[in-house]
Design a protein. Structure first.
Length: 356
């Protein structure tokens, strides 16, 4: 059975305190009643053709200006508006820091945590869908699509400059990042320490690029089974965090979070902690690439098989849409991105065959 039911979804509570979360965090969305919740229907979210999510390092100045304007408007909305950037950021905390009880339970051991399980990919896909629709509506452009951070391509292995330029006057900038990494090549296997040679100097860039492609190869191209790639089964009555992440969640997903977050802050905010990750606009570009990677994985070997059991398909999440309506969206609603109305701008995937 599904991990969340409507009763549990309307009863959001404060986040659980743990090693990566301060005490007493309020992450709940504005209140809604069970009777107000509507079912997701893709026909309610029209766009003129598929929205094309561009690679962040290649966007035009016009696109960058529009995207900044959309995020700027989102940040200006009052905090209690479910479309505001502050509320969008809290969604991550609510679903990742135990603000919801698992269906049919009331104790603290049974709280919902979408990470470390098969809910990881579908949850973030649905989250980005509504985030993107809200941004589009704020600039009156239903064809607007969010960018993806193309960290699996050598040209995209830096923090995209649209997020780092111009300091705090840029709505895509975030003060709580690791400044040492603003201009450096990412390490997709990052665990908190830079890879160094024996004499303590940096490894050559071409080696780091090769390691990165290798990480992609090992964690995306090779794992054929859904359970390996997507994460472990998670169903009602399971405990808070079953801690069974898929290979894509382990690497490069989590290392990228750690690499971006500010290690000087107590919980490595923003990107380095679940409760605060959504506060960094770069989070959404990072997850767009995770999402793109899911689609690429699915297309390998003539079509890899996802989970198709009811315990997977019948899970749902609730998001406010651009009309401020709480929408119940099922895992089965998000398995085909074309139905959600978007696709990704193509970029080469040299990691499919890194030894070539
Ligand atoms: Cu919900 Cu990248 O974590």
């Amino acid at each position: 059975p599904a991990v969340l039911d409507l009763k549990a979804a309307v009863k959001c509570e404060r986040a659980l305190k743990d090693d990566t979360t301060p005490r007493g965090m309020k992450c709940c969305p504005p209140d809604f009643k069970e009777s107000e919740v509507i079912n997701f229907d893709p026909r309610n979210y029209w766009s003129p053709g598929l929205r094309v999510r561009p690679a962040a390092h290649k966007v035009s100045p016009q696109y960058a200006a529009k995207f900044r304007e959309a995020v700027r408007r989102m940040k200006l909305l009052p905090e209690d508006d479910p479309r505001s950037f502050a509320q969008q950021a809290k969604i991550h905390c609510a679903y990742c820091n135990g603000a919801y009880h698992i269906a049919g339970t009331t104790d603290n051991d049974h709280r919902l945590q979408v990470h470390g399980s098969w809910l990881f990919l579908p949850f973030h896909r649905a989250y980005l869908f509504f985030f993107e629709r809200i941004l589009g509506s704020l600039v009156n452009d239903p064809s607007f699509a969010i960018p993806y951070w193309n960290w699996d391509h050598p040209d995209g292995m830096y923090m995209p400059s649209i997020y780092t330029q111009d300091g705090l006057s840029n709505p895509l900038y975030d003060d709580y990042r690791d400044e040492k990494h603003f201009k450096s090549l990412i390490d997709l296997g990052y665990g908190g320490d830079e890879i160094k040679k024996e004499d303590n100097t940096k490894i050559p860039e071409e080696n780091q690029i090769f390691y990165n492609l290798w990480h992609m190869h090992v964690h995306v191209a090779r794992p054929k089974e859904a359970e390996l790639f997507m994460g472990g089964r998670y169903a009602a009555k399971d405990k808070y965090s079953i801690n069974s992440p898929g290979t894509i969640e382990r690497v490069p997903h989590t290392p990228v979070h750690i690499w971006v977050g500010d290690p000087e802050r107590e919980y490595s905010e923003d990107m380095g902690s679940f409760y605060s990750a959504g506060r960094d606009p770069l989070f959404y570009a990072h997850h767009a690439n995770v999402d793109r990677t899911w689609t690429i994985w699915k297309g390998l070997d003539g079509g890899r098989k996802e989970f198709d059991e009811a315990d997977f398909l019948n899970n749902f999440f609730i998001f406010y849409d651009e009309k401020k309506k709480p929408v119940k969206i099922y895992v089965k609603d998000v398995l085909d991105e074309k139905i959600l109305g978007y696709k990704y701008e193509t970029s080469d995937t040299p990691w499919l065959d890194p030894l070539h």
